[in-house]
Design a protein. Structure first.
Length: 761
């Protein structure tokens, strides 16, 4: 009963902390701002909601950006993830649920960490502390400001992944292996593929640890088999996301990922100082002067944890496990260094890992094990595993060390050494002189860090001293005080990454230019919409833009953009670019000004082609680069359909076409032609697109490098371009069968336990 009261009190304490963090969102209904949240995740969720409820189709293809691209397959739409799927099916705008989704996952992280720490035989008190620390860690909370809700969710699942893996390897029970696979699959469904891959790597190291301590050869073989079960079933459980994503791999711009992209956002070893002085290199935006291009996050998780690391001892029965934690911390920290380290380059030659950038995210795993190891040190203090003499000796060493660090920091600050370092460092990393106001802001923040380091370490060490001298007799009170100090320490940093704004101020609800565009009921594309309203904003209004913002943009579009092809008027006309938003008045033949508002002018190109059109002008060219070269030439009129697959010679006419039905994944039209014609669909080329002529499959051609087309014989015909969702549906079937197997295994374990209990009675 006492433990139950404790847990209720701790839950209420955690709930209070979360409420303090997000009170503006909970009370005032504000949105928790995140750069990519508004531009990508909420926007794509809005598109998925419309696809389901307006068009009655899966959100497998989004036509609103890049001339269209796969949506589920491109791994930025959290569609099959449980909380997202429920909200989409309930037809609730995701921005209204966003903060509660974050809060749910913070408690998932707490719960998972508590269970993991208990599974390695730490007391509930150490587990309470560890759970509170991970909830406030920078690798979770600060990523909210970046807007990476996928990484936030994947990060919150890490403790559960290691909890079930530990149970699986230590107890050799299939249900725990399947449970670990299920957690990994959730990371996949959250589109946190990079975090999932790093988590799997950590579990692989866990397997190696258990193989080293296991003496029985047969049990070793079983462990390896079970690890394979984890890997295979994690993919089966998430097959509806994994298979489409695998299908898209060669169509993303990251297929030809350069080494420079691969090592971008490497964590420089010098920046380890931010684990003690988080503002040293500037927190983010204009104050950041570190070695990355820019940064919107922090990996700071508090000084309190670090103060308990010296109390880790290897004299207990778990010394091998503790050594495993230390080795993992070292390995994942070195990997996070990326190009500044010695191990990361290997991953450039490994499939899947090659397409990840931002190696600093290896700190997700390193931070997890650092928190675990600090809880081990805390446990040694609580249980007096170290004798009193050694305990006080290490305590004094920490006190003296902190005094030296703080004294030298203040001395270096007062003498101007830090100021000189910032000025020189900023010039070296940013290539220019630092603005005086920015310099003053950085120096003020560093001074604040040093002061906080003094008071936080003094508070922790005082609480620690009072506990080991029995002035604080209750372990529970001791832990609560540590949790409180840790919250104060983390809150002063993490609050900088929690910005609140009314969603209506971020996404304009009503605008005369948008109203004017929506009067056109035919499919069309707009240039410069993102420059006027913001990245991907057209998705909120159902307006299809030319450009977009996406981490895995389609390579054909990106190649065209990089070649400057999209700056040519005839190419834009071919690709159904009908409207232009411009900040000045222009005089271009065949351009008509439709509307103007606050210095922004809306022009319509009356020569723009429709989304589907017929043509009798077909050119055959063998290779795609020659197609691009021809499109770049002055001889390209925008009327020609250039194909790289041979089209049988025939005399064609232009025919007549009428679009009957238009949705993101189905475009149906009627075509009338006397001699036969060629139908062009200016949707981006992707292999999942198919075409039916009168219900019969027809050959689909790649037209003008990044469009679709098909030959239509003489007569009146029904033409249907549709997105083939076979990979998604096959993935769903595999996932459902896997879940049924999982349920059977869990049920059989319970049934076996009941029968066994009955026999014993």
């Amino acid at each position: 009963m006492e433990n139950r009261k404790e847990k209720i009190f701790v839950f209420l304490l955690f709930f209070t902390g979360v409420f303090i963090l997000f009170k503006e969102a909970v009370i005032d209904g504000k949105f928790v701002f995140g750069h990519d949240a508004v531009n990508i995740y909420v926007a794509f969720n809005e598109f998925a909601r419309n696809a389901i409820h307006k068009f009655n189709c899966l959100p497998s293809w989004i036509p609103d950006i890049y001339f269209g691209m796969p949506m589920i397959a491109s791994s930025s739409l959290l569609f099959f993830y449980p909380t997202d799927l429920i909200i989409i099916l309930l037809n609730i705008p995701y921005y209204k649920f966003y903060v509660y989704d974050i809060i749910i996952h913070l408690f998932i992280a707490c719960w998972g960490m508590y269970l993991y720490l208990r599974s390695i035989n730490l007391s509930r008190f150490s587990a309470y502390f560890g759970a509170s620390v991970i909830m406030l860690s920078g690798f979770i909370l600060s990523y909210i400001y970046a807007g990476h809700i996928n990484n936030v969710k994947a990060a919150c699942l890490i403790p559960f992944a290691f909890y079930f893996s530990h149970k699986a390897f230590s107890e050799n029970n299939i249900k725990y292996f399947l449970s670990a696979a299920f957690i990994l699959s959730l990371q996949m469904l959250a589109t946190g593929m990079q975090i999932m891959a790093y988590t799997v790597l950590g579990i692989l190291f866990y397997l190696i640890y258990f193989l080293l301590i296991e003496k029985d050869k047969n049990k070793r073989i079983k462990l390896v088999i079970y690890f394979s079960v984890i890997c295979v079933f994690s993919l089966l459980f998430s097959a509806m996301q994994f298979l489409p994503s695998l299908n898209y791999t060669n169509y993303s711009w990251r297929e030809d990922f350069s080494f420079e992209h691969f090592v971008s956002w490497s964590f420089h070893p010098f920046e380890l100082i931010t684990f003690i002085l988080p503002n040293f290199f500037g927190l983010y935006n204009e104050t950041y002067w570190g070695f990355m291009p820019f940064i919107l996050t922090t990996y700071y998780f508090g000084v309190t944890c670090l103060l308990f690391l010296p109390f880790v001892t290897f004299s207990s029965q778990h010394k091998n496990l503790y050594l495993f934690f230390i080795i993992n911390i070292i390995i994942f920290t070195i990997l996070s260094f990326g190009k500044y380290g010695i191990l990361y380059d290997i991953f450039y030659y490994i499939p899947v890992f090659k397409q990840f950038r931002n190696p600093s995210r290896f700190f997700y795993i390193a931070t997890f094990f650092l928190i675990v190891l600090s809880c081990v040190g805390l446990e040694n203090i609580i249980k007096r595993i170290l004798n009193e003499k050694i305990l006080f000796k290490r305590f004094k060493i920490i006190v003296y060390l902190m005094i030296v660090i703080i004294f030298l920091s203040f001395l270096f600050f007062i003498t101007g050494g830090i100021k000189e370092m910032v000025i020189t460092g900023y010039k070296n990393t940013k290539g220019g002189n630092i603005d005086f106001k920015i310099l003053e802001k950085i120096l003020d923040n560093i001074k604040s860090d040093i002061i906080y380091l003094f008071f936080i370490s003094a508070a922790v060490l005082t609480i620690f001293y009072l506990f080991i001298t029995s002035r604080i007799k209750s372990v529970f009170v001791f832990i609560l005080l540590l949790i409180l100090v840790n919250f104060i320490d983390n809150y002063r940093i993490e609050k900088n990454f929690l910005k609140f704004e009314y969603f209506e101020n971020l996404v304009i609800q009503k605008h005369p230019l948008i109203d004017e565009l929506k009067k056109d009921k035919n499919p069309f594309r707009v240039i410069n919409f993102d420059q006027i309203f913001g990245p991907n904003r057209g998705i909120y209004y159902g307006i299809e833009m030319v450009s977009g913002l996406h981490g895995l943009a389609p390579k054909y579009f990106m190649e065209m953009q990089n070649r400057g092809i999209l700056n040519k008027l005839n190419i834009n006309r071919f690709f159904n670019v009908k409207y232009y938003l411009i900040d000045r008045e222009i005089n271009i033949p065949d351009f008509t000004q439709v509307h103007a508002f606050n210095g922004v002018y809306l022009y319509k190109d009356i020569k723009s082609k429709e989304r589907l059109f017929t043509t009798n002008k077909i050119l055959y060219i063998k290779d795609e680069q020659s197609v691009l070269n021809l499109m770049m030439s002055d001889g390209f009129t925008g009327m020609d359909a250039i194909v790289t697959d041979f089209l049988p010679d025939s005399i064609l006419d232009e025919g007549q076409l009428n679009i009957k039905k238009y949705s993101p994944v189905r475009i149906e039209s009627d075509v009338i032609t006397q001699q036969g014609t060629f139908v062009v669909n200016t949707t981006s080329y992707y292999k999942n697109w198919k075409v039916l002529v009168d219900g019969t499959p027809s050959k689909l051609y790649k037209v003008n490098y990044n469009a679709l087309g098909t030959y239509v014989p003489p007569g009146t015909h029904n033409i249907l371009f549709y997105f083939d969702e076979k990979d998604i549906l096959v993935g769903l079937i595999l996932a459902i069968l896997s879940y049924l197997f999982f349920i059977v295994i869990l049920s059989s374990n319970k049934i076996y336990a009941i029968i066994n209990n009955m026999r014993q009675q």
